[in-house]
Design a protein around this ligand. Structure first.
Ligand code: AHR
Length: 553
């Protein structure tokens, strides 16, 4: 519900032909007394937004790979060499940059050799996630047929336009197997037995995989290491990895959310062998899930979780508060890394992020870890991508967890059914930021006041990020208020807006989501940015994500 004062203002503006959102026109006024302001500082560049910030994560977990990505070559579901065609088609729109596989926790139980060679000779194995599966889960979730292995994953990446990011098994395979996997992927055509194996599968030319994770969550499912022990393992895995003429970018397993002791422990132990060891690390993983919606009542992993689709406004703000923490985590870990890596050679790789709710909202009943994203998750995702955009000097890559049929999914699919979620729409709306120069934007809006279990609480009123490429400015804006629209003056000192477009993702219902039955309940609406003067005045609807594409002169 729009607040009364703002509703009146909005109605009168609409009456003047200045309808600003969700309508067919967007408006620009010459001057305004709008209560909120965004100043886009074109001269204040803060770095280049790496497309890799718009990365994805596809773990071999429940319905992510089997059913989500891989339907099989003989499936009735339209496919390209076994890969779901509709997924490929949709992913091309979001320019996926990089895709992480095969895990997650699965990675440290995976033998890459099981997934190469003739598909009918590949072994079946028990999936790491077997224990999380519902009793009625299909066999393909419990037992890995290995039909989707390295070749199929790389093929999937090539079809969608993403680069592969493979996570190596540190917990249960020796370093030699890591070197062999690199050899299989990257050794020149005909050069080695493994290159021949790749060639026999139809891929004589090297895959050229650049990004390699050395384990995953090595503090937990990846081996229960102490940070010092893991640093030792990392050095061993990273020493003399064959590169085959291409530099490899190794990503070390970083902390769980706020565990600064892991970050300090890892870097301190790493350089015990010499400061140059820093050069073997390209990225340092950081995982952050917003899962605890108990508002401080518990730290219990199961009890603390909220519901994906049934929530009230307090749960809405609590999720955003939990998600917003990633900005502090980036800054805090960056600072801790800088105590040793004083020149900041190593960048952060936020290779798992998103909300994590309790089970129950699956579109395909029984799919472990699957949840149905709503408008709340769209706002959460816009907010998170804006945080990464604002920190291009620190964040080199980020991977939303996870691509399909899982946590913060962009897509849901089952057999011949497929749907783009509100999160998927946000990713498409943020594509224009990829590769742009991030510029500083100053947001001024009154904070939201709300009741947090009987105690007054507040959350910021309006935030976002801006980037520029030649004469094209991209401004993304998140309005987190469940009921207040935000009339906002957008100024670009030193430049005049000429033309542009406004893309808005909003719904009158904060719980709105897309399903197999109703695929377009939440969908972005595009309108022309009508330029009538030097100042833009926009009204951002409640609970919305907006992209402004502004051509300036
Ligand atoms: O994304 C699901 C799981 O969450 C991943 O496998 C693991 O790395 C994390 O704990």
């Amino acid at each position: 519900m729009i607040e009364r004062r703002q509703f009146l203002r909005q109605t009168s503006m609409a009456a003047c032909g200045l309808l600003l959102f969700n309508g067919r026109k967007s408006a620009v006024a010459a001057a305004s007394s709008a209560p909120c302001r965004i100043e886009v500082l074109l001269g204040e560049e803060v770095g280049t937004i790496s497309p890799n910030i718009y990365g994805h994560f596809a773990e071999n977990l429940s319905g992510v790979v089997y059913d989500g990505i891989w339907v099989g070559k003989n499936s009735k579901v339209p496919n390209i060499d076994g890969i779901r065609s509709e997924l490929v088609e949709q992913m091309r729109k979001i320019k996926p940059s990089v895709i992480r596989f095969p895990g997650g926790c699965f990675a440290d139980s995976y033998d890459w050799r099981d997934g190469v060679g003739p598909s009918d000779k590949r072994p079946r194995r028990t999936n790491f996630w077997d224990g999380a599966e519902a009793p009625n889960a299909p066999a393909s979730h419990r037992y890995d047929s290995n039909q989707f292995g390295t070749d199929e994953f790389v093929h999937f990446c090539r079809l969608t336009g993403g680069s592969p990011y493979l996570a190596a098994n540190v917990r249960s395979l020796p370093a030699e197997e890591f070197y062999r996997w690199v050899e299989y992927c990257n050794s020149p055509a005909g050069s080695t037995t493994l290159a021949d194996l790749r060639g026999a599968a139809g891929y004589p030319e090297p895959f050229g995989v650049r990004y390699w994770g050395v384990g995953n969550e090595s503090w937990g499912c990846g081996g229960n290491f102490l940070s010092q022990e893991y640093a030792m393992e990392f050095r061993r895995y990273a020493a003399w990895v064959p590169g085959y003429g291409k530099p490899l970018s190794l990503i070390a397993s970083g902390p769980n959310s706020g565990e600064l002791s892991w970050t300090r422990g890892f870097f301190e132990a790493l350089v015990k062998k010499g400061k140059d060891q820093i050069n073997s690390v390209w990225g340092f993983g950081l995982h952050h899930y917003a899962w605890n919606l108990s508002r401080g009542k518990t730290q219990d992993w199961d009890k603390g979780k909220g519901d994906a689709v049934k929530f009230d406004s307090r749960d809405w703000y609590e999720l955003l508060r939990e998600g917003q923490k990633v900005e502090d985590l980036i800054n805090d870990h960056w600072k801790a890394m800088g105590e040793i890596d004083t020149e900041h050679h190593v960048k952060l790789v936020v290779d798992e992020w998103g909300p994590w709710y309790k089970p129950g909202s699956e579109q395909t009943p029984g799919n472990a870890l699957e949840q149905t994203p709503t408008m709340r998750d769209a706002v959460f995702s816009g907010m998170t991508l804006d945080i990464f955009n604002r920190n291009p000097d620190k964040v080199a890559m980020a991977n939303c967890a996870q691509l399909i049929n899982c946590l913060n999914s962009l897509y849901l699919a089952h057999e011949d059914k497929f749907v783009v979620t509100p999160v998927g729409h946000v990713f498409e709306m943020y594509v224009p930021h990829q590769g742009g120069k991030a510029i500083r934007a100053v947001f001024s809006a009154p904070a939201i006041q709300y009741d947090r279990d009987g105690k007054p609480a507040e959350f910021w009123g309006l935030k976002g990020s801006a980037s520029v490429r030649e004469k094209n400015v991209v401004l993304t804006v998140v309005n987190p208020s469940v009921n207040g629209s935000r009339e906002t003056e957008v100024s670009l000192p030193g430049a005049r807006p000429k033309a542009g477009a406004v893309i808005v993702l909003a719904s009158p219902d904060i719980h709105a989501c897309n399903s197999f039955q109703q695929r377009d309940v939440v969908a972005p609406r595009t309108s022309e940015l009508k330029v009538a003067g030097g100042t833009l005045v926009m009204t951002f609807p409640p609970a919305s994500v907006t992209t402004l594409q502004i051509e300036v002169e």
